[in-house]
Design a protein around this ligand. Structure first.
Ligand code: DHB
Ligand code: FE
Length: 280
């Protein structure tokens, strides 16, 4: 049976893609941020997951505000980068796992989640930057990816609890898949940030650290929050935390935080990185 071996949280700020493109990882601005990733590279190398399920949000590249699915799941053979960001060099396409995607989609509809199934889907920095961070040199050809895209650009947005429940249903779907696959789940985005308006540049370190603690020890403390609470505490784009809650919902074994790092600011954002082992 397929098994979820762990979860990873990471920022997906587009500027990170530019820093990778220009090889700036060891420069003073970036060093502390990028130094959080080698332990994750080592773990991925050791555990060798076959599939990555990636909770991310599309910032208007594939889904603009004229058509905005609340939950969109990729069921394509390949996903191409469509980010507008910074004119960086092209990256290789990202491979899908259509059979597992369809299994998850079938199970989700059975469990009364109204999803949009995407047999074609371009992906933006919400997904591509985490791929580049996890597999340096874009060495991710061996990985199969299931994109799970949640609306966090246009109100009304799904609640933290709804996203956690979606993660739970995806976790159960993976566990009922009868192929021996090792699956890692990524929650991307966050933590606190506000890119526009009067509070542009707002970062709340105390709240970010609270989220990094509670996401492990007491996710209910976060699923009881509303989107409005997240906007107040973490800025207009702070609701990206729901991607982390989707990831957390898929984990139900004994959790071990193998690595954790918090760094501010990267661009306008508090960047949280966590590697979480999910033991049976
Ligand atoms: C930034 C952060 C994001 O999450 C994003 O999607 C775009 C930009 C930033 O801090 O620059
Ligand atoms: Fe974002």
């Amino acid at each position: 049976m397929a098994k979820i071996i762990g979860g990873i949280t990471t920022s997906h700020i587009p500027l990170i893609g530019k820093a990778i493109d220009q090889g700036l990882q060891q420069t003073p601005y970036w060093k502390t941020f990028f130094d959080a990733y080698p332990p994750i590279h080592d773990w991925l190398e050791e555990e060798k997951p076959d599939v990555a399920i990636i909770f991310y949000n599309d910032h208007g590249l594939e889904f603009f505000i004229d058509k905005k699915p609340t939950f969109a799941i990729g069921a394509a053979a390949q996903y191409h980068n469509a980010d507008e960001g910074w004119g960086i060099k092209p990256i290789p396409p990202i491979n899908g796992d259509q059979e597992l995607s369809w299994h998850i989609c079938n199970e989700l509809v059975e469990k009364e989640f109204d999803i949009t199934i995407c047999q074609e889907m371009r992906v933006d920095h919400g997904l591509t930057v985490p791929m580049q961070l996890m597999w340096p040199g874009n060495q991710y050809e061996h990985m199969k990816v299931i994109p799970v895209c949640i609306n966090v650009e246009q109100h009304p947005m799904p609640s933290p609890k709804r996203c956690f429940d979606l993660g739970k249903a995806i976790g159960e779907a993976v566990e009922s898949y009868d192929k021996d696959l090792k699956v890692v789940v990524l929650g991307t985005g966050g933590l606190s940030h506000q890119l526009d308006g009067e509070r542009a540049g707002f970062i709340n370190k105390e709240f970010d650290l609270y989220c990094m603690d509670k996401i492990i020890s007491e996710p209910e403390a976060l699923t009881s929050l509303t989107i409005r609470d997240l906007v107040e505490e973490a800025g207009a784009q702070g609701p990206e935390l729901i991607m982390w809650l989707g990831m957390r919902g898929t984990l139900r074994g004994e959790l071990n935080v193998l690595h954790s790092n918090y760094h501010i600011p990267i661009s306008n954002t508090g960047a949280g990185t966590m590697l979480i082992e999910n033991k049976e």
